[in-house]
Design a protein around this ligand. Structure first.
Ligand code: ADP
Length: 275
């Protein structure tokens, strides 16, 4: 597809028709593009408009909660529930705004070479806080000298979503592995858990917004239902792919695969200098 100007979008399809003959189909997809743009703008605007009133409500709830000692238990419980649910709404709105930003072409962030080991170690550290009650073990298996070219904020958000999911959907004391490796097909970062697993039939739909395997169970875990949609968008902005393999009650592996051109190794000489 290409934009001829702001209002006209044409989709070109060229196929071989016969000996030395080609069939060119040009479709005017301006209407579809316009509707898609309206959808993105609408979600972005609604999320943005909801942010302020929600912040006000949360502020009042916090004040009420700080002064709730004299209230009847039923009211204390109600305030607690309202605080929890408004917090959830805030997280959903933040994720919707992140998705809207990722869907618009230009980014305010710049690409650079990122030390993969440091990034994974720092995400594992954040996840340790989230896993406090569940006491997961984290194994970061990435050589110190691997560099990945990308937008640091976006890649952090993508990998954090995968690691936080691993925490949410796996039992206490289990192992979560963050692994980086390169092979002939490219550079890969895998997040592996020993959790509940996902049935094969759900896998193709997991990156859809609000798609959940078991909505009642997922709501308990505190996710927004948008995590894997964010992962998909970040990866597509980095021309990367997501592969999901899983076995029920054994665990899942989410692997992000990048083109080799995004991968480099820091020469050992540089490492020595840093020491
Ligand atoms: P949520 O906020 O519900 O976790 P996501 O988009 O991150 O939303 O994930 C979509 C669904 O995929 C989840 O509701 C859950 O059913 C499933 N899922 C994601 N990660 C895992 C995992 N590591 N193990 C098992 N199921 C998972």
């Amino acid at each position: 597809s290409s934009a001829i100007d702001n209002d006209l979008f044409l989709h070109f399809q060229i196929s071989k028709y016969g000996q030395g003959e080609y069939l060119v189909v040009i479709r005017d997809v301006s209407r579809v593009q316009k509707l898609e743009q309206m959808r993105k703008d609408f979600i972005g605007n609604v999320s943005h408009e909801l942010r302020t009133p929600l912040t006000v409500v949360r502020g009042y709830l916090e004040t009420m909660s700080d002064n709730s000692d004299s209230l009847a238990p039923v009211w204390q419980k109600a305030i607690g529930q309202m605080s929890q649910q408004t917090k959830r709404m805030t997280l959903i709105i933040e994720d919707l705004l992140t998705l809207t930003r990722l869907e618009t072409e230009d980014t305010q962030y710049k690409e650079c070479a990122i030390n993969v080991h440091d990034l994974l170690a720092s995400i594992a550290n954040d996840a340790r806080d989230l896993s406090r009650d569940k006491n997961h073990r984290f194994d970061v298996d990435a050589p110190d000298h691997f560099l990945l070219t990308g937008v640091p904020e976006e890649l952090r958000s993508c990998l954090s979503n995968l690691v936080f999911n691993a925490v949410r959907y796996s039992p206490p004391d289990s192992l979560i592995t963050l692994k980086a490796y390169s092979d002939n097909s490219g550079f890969h970062i895998g997040v592996q858990d020993q959790g509940i697993g996902i049935e094969e039939r759900h896998i193709p739909r997991l990156t859809e917004r609000f798609y959940r395997v078991d909505s009642s169970r997922s709501l308990d875990t505190g996710g927004t239902g948008l995590g894997l949609a964010i992962v998909k968008h970040v990866l597509s902005r980095h021309q990367a792919q997501l592969q999901i393999t899983s076995r029920i009650n054994h665990g899942s592996t989410f692997t992000c695969s990048f083109e080799t051109s995004r991968f480099s190794e820091k020469p050992p000489a540089d490492l020595e200098e840093e020491i």
